[in-house]
Design a protein around this ligand. Structure first.
Ligand code: ATP
Length: 233
């Protein structure tokens, strides 16, 4: 049984159907990168997994349970954590306060404040700083740390590198590598194809709301993904 099983999922924004008949299974411990052009439906699919958009059709099973209609706040308690695009921290609260607040929403498990600071050492000197005063990279680290504080079974990351300096992106990905090697299950949306193909076990390419190509790292080429990306395949 897969950890996450999505079958024939449709998600609409009003008249616009952003996700069309998507089937996707995610195994425990796997890292999946969702790639595709702007507007392909990646964010909508990720948010649908988190329960932020309820589907117009199809179903979602998590750990064998049908969660299709379970609202997002209850999904956190089931072990599904989303790091949204734009990070959405409480800017007037400190790093530590943002992290502690998340703990109450989540489940019991191994993630503690100390462990988050171990995973993101650049946050250690900033723990008492207000989130609004952090650099983009520090904010992203805090946003990922906040998700980890809920002790997720699966971590959903939406464009973690957006707007960060190359150095900050490297730092965030170095921490993600540690999480991945520690066995965390991850689905991430990443615009940078090269990075996506380096970090993920499996690449899933979307075009106009559908999955048009998927394959394991090493089994599909960048050329194939690029072609699918632009609908040339
Ligand atoms: P991006 O990389 O630009 O975020 P994406 O692949 O993540 O693209 P989505 O953000 O999921 O794509 O968008 C899919 C389609 O749904 C687009 O046409 C977008 O304009 C539309 N859309 C997304 N969110 C909403 C919303 N809240 N209301 C209306 N339309 C939306």
């Amino acid at each position: 049984m897969s950890l996450l099983e999505i079958r024939n999922l449709d998600v609409r924004h009003g008249l616009l159907q952003a996700v069309r008949g998507v089937d996707l299974s995610v195994e425990k411990g796997e890292t999946i990168a969702l790639v595709g052009a702007n507007g392909a439906g990646k964010t909508t699919l990720l948010r649908a997994i988190a329960g932020a958009h309820l589907p117009a059709g199809g179903n979602v099973r998590f750990g064998g349970t049908d969660i299709t209609l379970v609202p997002s706040h209850s999904r956190v308690g089931l072990g599904i954590a989303l790091v949204p695009e734009g990070r959405r921290l409480f800017s007037q609260m400190t790093v530590e306060e943002n992290l502690i607040l998340a703990r109450s929403a989540g489940r019991k498990g191994p993630w503690t404040l100390d462990r988050v600071f171990e995973a993101f050492p650049n946050l250690v000197p900033r723990r008492k700083a207000k989130a609004g005063n952090l650099s983009g990279g520090e904010q992203q680290a805090t946003a990922i740390g906040r998700a980890l504080m809920t002790n997720p079974e699966i971590l959903l990351l939406d464009e973690v590198s957006l707007g960060l300096s190359p150095l900050a992106v490297d730092r965030v990905y170095a921490s993600l590598d540690t999480l991945i090697h520690g066995g965390t299950t991850i689905v991430l949306v990443e615009q940078d194809l090269r990075r996506a193909m380096r970090v993920a076990d499996r690449i899933v390419c979307m075009l106009e709301g559908k999955i048009v190509l998927e394959g394991k790292r090493g089994e599909i080429t960048r050329e194939q993904v690029s072609e699918a990306y632009f609908g040339l395949g």
